[in-house]
Design a binder for this molecule. Structure first.
Ligand SMILES: C[S@@+](CC[C@H](N)C(=O)[O-])C[C@H]1O[C@@H](n2cnc3c(N)ncnc32)[C@H](O)[C@@H]1O
Length: 181
C-alpha cells in the first residue's frame, strides 16, 4: 500500500490534474446517469477530491461525501473543493463514518488496489448503502480482477464488469465493477 504523506499527496494531485481529467469526466457522467435528484454519494479513497470537483460542478443537487485514509489528501481535497458543500472525512474503507443504509451511491476510483483486505471493505460498503443503492468501483484492470469480482459477488450477489477506455491511452487500463445492495 502506498502511504500518501504530504509530498506524495501533492505530487499525486499534480499528476491527476494533468492526466486523469478524462477519467473523472467519464465517471462524473456515469454518476449523473445513475443518481436521482438530491441523492447522497460517497467517494471512497477520494484522494485530492478531483472526481468530486467534477461531480459537484455537474450535479450541484447531490449530497457529496469524500473519504480518504490520508489526512494529507483530505487537506488537499478541502483546498480543491473550496466553495463546494462537500463533507470530507479521514477514514478507512473498513470503518466508514456513515450510518447504515444512508448512501445511494458509493463510488471509488483508482483506490481499491490499495485496500489490503477486500472482504471487510465490501462488508462496510454494503452496510452504508441503502437497499437498492449502487457500488461502482473503477480500478486498474490488471490488479486482482478475479479476487475483486469474487469478493463483490460474495457480498452483493452479483457484479457487472466493463472495460473503461481513457482518452489518452490506446488500450483499456481501467475496469468498472458495478454492484447493487
Ligand atoms: C491513487 S489515489 C486515487 C485518488 C482518487 N480516487 C483519484 O481517482 O484520483 C488512492 C487513494 O486511496 C486512498 N486509500 C488507500 N487505502 C485506503 C483505505 N483503506 N481507505 C480509504 N482510502 C484509502 C489513498 O490514501 C489515496 O488517496
Amino acid at each position: 500500500m502506498t502511504t500518501f504523506d504530504h509530498a506524495r499527496s501533492l505530487g499525486y494531485d499534480r499528476r491527476a490534474t494533468r492526466l486523469l481529467g478524462g477519467l473523472y469526466r467519464r465517471i462524473a457522467a456515469d454518476i449523473d446517469t445513475a443518481t436521482a435528484p438530491g441523492a447522497t454519494v460517497a467517494d471512497i479513497g477520494t484522494g485530492p477530491g478531483k472526481l468530486l470537483s467534477h461531480v459537484a460542478t455537474r450535479r450541484p443537487d447531490l449530497r457529496l461525501h469524500g473519504i480518504d485514509l490520508s489526512p494529507h489528501m483530505i487537506e488537499i481535497a478541502r483546498h480543491n473543493l473550496h466553495g463546494h458543500p462537500v463533507d470530507l472525512t479521514v477514514a478507512d474503507v473498513t470503518d466508514l463514518p456513515h450510518p447504515d443504509a444512508s448512501i445511494d451511491l458509493a463510488v471509488s476510483s483508482l483506490s481499491m488496489h490499495e485496500w489490503p483486505d477486500l472482504d471487510p471493505a465490501a462488508d462496510e460498503l454494503h452496510r452504508i448503502l441503502r437497499p437498492g443503492g449502487s457500488l461502482t468501483v473503477y480500478d486498474f484492470r490488471f490488479t486482482r480482477a478475479g479476487a475483486v469480482q469474487d469478493t463483490l459477488r460474495a457480498r452483493f450477489g452479483h457484479v457487472d464488469t466493463a472495460a473503461v477506455r481513457l482518452p489518452w491511452y490506446p488500450v483499456a487500463v481501467v475496469t468498472r465493477y458495478r454492484a447493487t445492495a
